[in-house]
Design a binder for this molecule. Structure first.
Ligand code: XUL
Length: 517
């Protein structure tokens, strides 16, 4: 079994893991943080903070420069890329990159003595990429839904109602506002397929996992949905790459990586997927039965599904499962940035969110509830203009620290019921999952044990596992090696906690509804 490279291009960073799929060892890991390592782009959290009217865009050349920086750093640290048999990756979902016809030609003849950024910058027709945090396309969502016959029909076709952060409405907005640049666009990639193309040295396909997050793919057939594509923008069918199974091989690695970083010219490339589908694999949740909560810039809850189920309320989504079949996904925009906002506002350390910190306040916070929406929330769709509390008055830092996490997970519990699964355990991943206090609140709110897995970043590990799967590796074997519960990491619910939250939930629901207008 091979040594593989898994990359993860996320909102705030790009990182890599090298896995030995024989021994189950993590051979190397490294990362580049866009804010810290590439401050010249002025995007401290990985996106342009000056976006107006809900626009959130990133500079795709910052991502590309991040990749060169990452591989250069690893090489300088002595990492030998020549043993890697296969590479794949994970991209933040929904973000899109708009390219001229020269992109394909440039990829086929990249010069290893120059940087990717200098060679590819001239191929963009749109210098910025709308990303998943963007909420500026309500109008376009409504237009597409109306053309296709309403949101129920969009959901039946694509697995989700029209969603502002999904790629379709973003493409329509570009088509309407910059028709000339749209016309010059030969290909529109997702973050995942953009990077996959760079590695393969040619334009490659979008996979079913990430493709389903565009409001353009038919969930039933796994092909582009003609009605949705033509309702989105004129001539779009010709600008979309093919859509393919996640385990699709895309040929040997581009000579750029062979010459510059020492990869073997026989290293295979496997098409990339979205971060949540990759995390599903990395968390060992490819088969139905496991619920995963990922605590990142966004918090997500996902699980494999044996059949494609859709959320009647429209907040949840059905995507392709990279292992075959489907997965559900619910995304909460106010994840780590909201927790961080509380930490910064009260000048707290993360330890304030640990068990000892949260122990200063009781489970249920004396009835204090918070809608922890520092950014307009997407589940549910709600713009409260900042966090709001159920009670007026003075609040201690400890109370607010508890309130933000309780609010986040009560909201999550309220919005996952359409999956109709009664979890018996939950696996958690992402930066904040190592925080015992936050893990305890999750266990208490859901009333089940919470496991931490031995994987440092489930999207990157999942990408590596997908690379191995693409060249014939067995997913069950890979899961047994890379997706094990970290010893001693399980957090059990505290006695009586679930009852407190059961009692709080109707009040929390009412509080949310009172703000929805
Ligand atoms: C999922 C979503 C986010 C991004 C974050 O629908 O929008 O989880 O994938 O990278």
């Amino acid at each position: 079994m091979p040594t593989v490279l898994g990359l993860d291009s996320s909102t705030q960073s790009i990182s890599a893991v090298i896995l030995d799929t024989d021994s189950g060892e993590l051979l190397a890991e490294a990362g580049v943080n866009f804010g810290n390592d590439l401050p010249q782009y002025g995007q401290p959290s990985g996106y342009d903070p000056s976006g107006a009217r809900g626009e959130v865009h990133s500079n795709p050349m910052m991502w590309v420069e991040g990749l060169d920086l990452l591989l250069g750093k690893m090489k300088a640290e002595g990492v030998d890329f020549s043993h890697i048999s296969a590479v794949s990756g994970s991209g933040q979902q929904h973000g899109s990159v708009y390219l001229k016809s020269c992109f394909g030609k440039k990829l086929a003849s990249l010069d290893a003595s120059q940087d990717l950024k200098d060679q590819l910058a001239g191929c963009l027709t749109r210098t910025s990429s709308p990303i998943w945090m963007d909420s500026s396309t309500a109008e376009e969502c409504a237009e597409i839904a109306e053309t296709v016959g309403g949101n129920d029909e969009v959901c039946r076709r694509s697995g989700s109602i029209m969603v502002e952060r999904f790629t379709g409405s973003q493409i329509r907005k570009f088509f309407k506002t910059e028709p000339q640049a749209y016309a010059e666009t030969e290909v529109i990639h997702l973050v995942s397929s953009f990077f996959a193309s760079i590695f393969a040295g040619k334009n490659v396909a979008i996979d079913h996992g990430d493709g389903a997050g565009m409001n353009l793919m038919s969930l039933a057939s796994g092909e582009w949905d003609e009605a949705l594509v033509s309702a989105t923008a004129e001539g779009l069918a010709e600008k979309l790459p093919a859509v393919a199974l996640s385990a699709t091989l895309s040929g040997s690695i581009s000579s750029y990586f062979v010459e510059k970083y020492g990869f073997s010219s026989e290293c295979e490339t496997v098409i990339w997927s979205g971060d949540n589908p990759c995390s599903l694999i990395g968390m060992g949740a490819a088969m139905p039965g496991k619920i995963v909560i990922s605590l990142g810039t966004s918090d997500t809850l996902f699980a494999a599904m044996s059949e494609a189920k859709t959320d009647p309320q429209g907040f949840g989504h059905a995507f392709g499962n990279p292992a075959g079949g489907y997965m559900s996904l619910i995304c909460f925009k106010n994840g780590s940035l909201a927790r961080e906002a509380v930490k910064n506002e009260f000048d707290l350390e993360w330890s304030a969110f640990e068990k000892e910190g949260l122990a200063e306040t009781p489970i249920g916070n004396w009835g204090l509830m918070m809608l922890p929406f520092y950014e307009p929330e997407i589940t549910p769709l709600l713009d409260t203009g900042g966090p709001i509390f159920s009670e007026e008055g003075e609040r201690s830092a400890a109370q607010v620290a508890r309130a933000v996490v309780e609010g986040q997970f009560l909201n999550m519990r309220l919005h996952f019921s359409w999956l109709e699964v009664e979890p018996t355990r939950i696996s958690i991943t992402g930066g904040a999952s190592q925080n015992d206090g936050i893990a305890q609140v999750i266990a208490n709110v859901f009333g089940v044990p919470v496991d931490r897995l031995d994987v440092p970043g489930s999207a990157g590990i999942g990408a590596g596992m997908r690379a191995a799967h693409g060249v014939g590796g067995d997913l069950t074997d890979l899961e047994s090696k890379f997706s094990q519960v970290q010893e001693g990491s399980t957090v059990n619910p505290e006695e009586g906690a679930k009852e407190v939250y059961n009692a709080m939930l109707p009040g929390f629901k009412g509080f949310l509804e009172s703000q929805s207008g």
